[in-house]
Design a protein around this ligand. Sequence first.
Ligand code: S3P
Length: 428
Amino acid sequence: MKKQLTPIHRLNGTIKVPGDKSISHRSVMFGSIAEGKTTINGFLTGEDCLSTISCFKKLGVNIVQDGEHVTVEGSGISGLKQSSDDLYVGNSGTTIRLMLGILANTSFSSVLTGDESIAKRPMNRVTKPLREMGAEIEGNEEGNKVPLHIKGGNVKGIHYHSPIASAQVKSAILLAGLQGEGTTSVTEPLKSRDHTERMLEAFGVELKSDNLTVSIDGGQQLKGTHIEVPGDISSAAFFLVAGAIVPESTITLQKVGLNPTRTGILDVLHDMGAEISYENVNEEASEPYGDLVVKTSSLKGTVIEGDVIPRLIDEIPIIALAATQAEGETIIKDAQELRVKETDRIETVVNELQKMGAQIEATEDGMIIHGKSPLKGASVQSYGDHRIGMMLSIAACLAEGETTLDQSEAVAVSYPSFFDQLQRLSNP
Ligand code: S3P
């Protein structure tokens, strides 16, 4: 669907961004393999998380969703039943990769498949270690691409040194290790988001985390619990940058998740000179959260590299836009993982922002942006990637003239109320 976007001169007001995508997926997955009832508040009703619900319903789990409130009646991993249909994950990499870890513990066969973007994404990062643990997996390109057929059972613990910092890889292996024989541990080159570790503990599972290594003993049973999902900092990121770069703006974002493995965007925006303050912070919650207030700011270029990258990997498209409005040069490196996200986000960010007049070039593992450049309205597209669609919509606020965004419907993957909230902030 094509959407016409006109410039917006200021953004003011208070919004509550939708629930965290990573935490919402895990709440339904872990509730589905727990014994007893799990209740979830603040669940993200984006398409990706609805795909997770639909897959677990196909595996026989009773899940009732009423907007952001979800109830899951789990009967343990052994309560999952073979699905007569393929398990369709839509656009969701988290759904397919974490489910592979869970299905490694079942003795039946399942077929997992997804949309055009999922068909291009590498799965051997999880199928390789899961095969080493004993799961039988077949698929295109020797198990690298969907459709994937998995038959689990007889899983044995491993100590896996992951070549990439990926919470999806770490989580899939830990979930497989849950029912396995012995201890499973995963060591990463840099620390990735730790929602799996935090939430498994909330479900009564014991794990050991030692910075880059997480270990879990097999044979543990999850117990149903209550999960409060904070707002998604990856969704808040669009309005943090919008508030900083659109003139005369002040935006308050309520109850945003502030897990330190996700707050790289706040560190980088602070380095760039953004005025962001914190209110009502709750550090005690298993997933910390607080309100963020951002005001129009003068930004300057920066270098983004190394161990901050996994802490802001999904925010790089919108950080690139911020950099086009910052004085001087911004260099983003060590971010080659962007090439295997919903799209090749180095290519899609650079191509589309160039169409709008930005001085931005791609490198093998990132991009170089020269600011500050005025943006002009253009005909751009999301390529079906939600975060590219939202970044371009914020760019359109600043551009001179009208922007046409093709495949704008992609934003519903993680942020169904995005355009409504943008509209609300522009007419406070
Ligand atoms: C996610 C982990 C990240 C992130 C994705 C969600 C998760 O992917 O990009 O949007 O929920 O575990 P990787 O683990 O592949 O880096």
